[in-house]
Ligand binder design. Structure first.
Ligand code: SF4
Length: 348
């Protein structure tokens, strides 16, 4: 390994002049605020997270507030952010902290990793940014900087290669100013050492960057081979009664677990297949892409029937008014469809 001794020093000097210091979670820092921001920032851009974080903190300023909330309300504030398991795990972890850690996050790396939704890197970020203790992080941004600086070969998802990344990350993490260093590394990866066009000319660690010396910066870290995403289809039954539609709560686990959606069928369903007393109209289908598959969504509007209440079989549902988003967690495609139906009804 080269120059690990002054690597942190150079990164800290750069952070002092160029780092981001005005993000909402960098103000009034607490371990709880760091935790929520780190979870929201997984797979999601800073600009998208900011309004979600602010709304979340306005409603749940402390971990105790989060723990005493209903899951529905937590998921409602997560609507549109995606990866809803993050919201479910936050709530579950808050309840655990209330029961076992006197209502606070534990200041201990292992105890943090034992909480739902907190992996090694997130635990490290909470320890360093929230508790000011020396801990190592290795999120996507940091992995990119270190993988390039040290020209680490191999797929980081493989155990041995992953271990090598953690060793390098540990060796480079300083004993002092660890919170600033953690933030600096995240910033360096997000703003200079970007995926496709890194700004090596102004990078504080360019001098001994091995990937730059090899003229191969975009080859590190090694990318996983992309596989075509499998496709699935679903038929959503949109029962409409006047200006309301029928939503049901999904099972607590799995895709969109605990969120509210339309009753669904996995097999192909045509309007003509409906019982005689129901009439349906297929609305334009649309696609939603998850990280591991693509879902083709076929909404079937059912708004003409003799007794729509009897037609609605699912017991745990509720009628919600179009044009007034309910205080419930909704998957993004369902929120979009509700908006389209509201627009259709108001004629806009
Ligand atoms: S020199 Fe370029 S590739 Fe190397 S760490 Fe800096 S920005 Fe990344």
């Amino acid at each position: 390994m080269s120059s690990s001794d002054n690597f942190a020093q150079r990164v800290l000097v750069w952070f002092d002049q160029h780092g981001r210091k005005d993000l909402p979670w960098q103000q009034s820092v607490t371990p709880y605020r760091v935790w929520v921001s780190e979870i929201m920032l997984q797979q999601t851009q800073v600009a998208t997270v900011i309004p979600y974080f602010e709304r979340f903190m306005a409603r749940f300023p402390t971990l105790q507030d989060l723990a005493s909330a209903q899951l529905d309300e937590v998921l409602h504030l997560w609507t549109g952010l995606g990866y809803y398991a993050r919201g479910r795990n936050l709530h579950k972890a808050a309840l655990h902290c209330l029961a076992h850690h006197a209502g606070d996050l534990p200041a201990d790396l292992d105890a943090l990793q034992a909480l739902p939704g907190i992996g090694r890197s997130t635990a490290g970020a909470i320890m360093s940014l929230g508790f000011g203790q020396r801990a190592v992080i290795l999120d996507g941004n940091v992995k990119r900087v270190l993988g390039r600086h040290q020209a680490i070969s191999g797929d980081p998802a493989q155990a041995q290669v992953g271990q090598r990344y953690w060793q390098v990350a540990d060796a480079f993490t300083p004993k002092k100013s660890v919170a600033q260093y953690t933030q600096a590394m995240m910033d360096l990866g997000a703003t200079l050492c970007t995926r496709s066009k890194p700004s090596c000319l102004i990078c504080p660690v360019a001098e001994d960057c091995q990937a730059l010396a090899l003229d191969a910066v975009v080859s590190y870290p090694q990318k996983r081979k992309k596989q075509a995403l499998p496709e699935r289809a679903v038929w959503l039954l949109v029962y409409q009664r006047m200006d309301s539609v029928w939503l049901v709560q999904r099972a607590p686990s799995g895709i969109w677990g605990g969120l509210w959606s339309f009753p669904e069928r996995e097999r192909e369903l045509f309007a003509a297949e409906l019982p005689d007393d129901l009439q349906g109209q297929l609305l334009p289908p649309f696609k939603h892409v998850f990280s591991h598959f693509q879902l083709h969504i076929h909404p079937l509007l059912i708004n003409q029937c003799d007794d729509i209440d009897a037609a609605v079989h699912e017991s745990s549902g509720q009628w919600v008014k179009l044009g007034q988003l309910p205080n419930l967690g909704l998957p993004q495609p369902v929120a979009q469809l509700l908006q389209r139906l509201a627009n259709k009804r108001s004629g806009s």
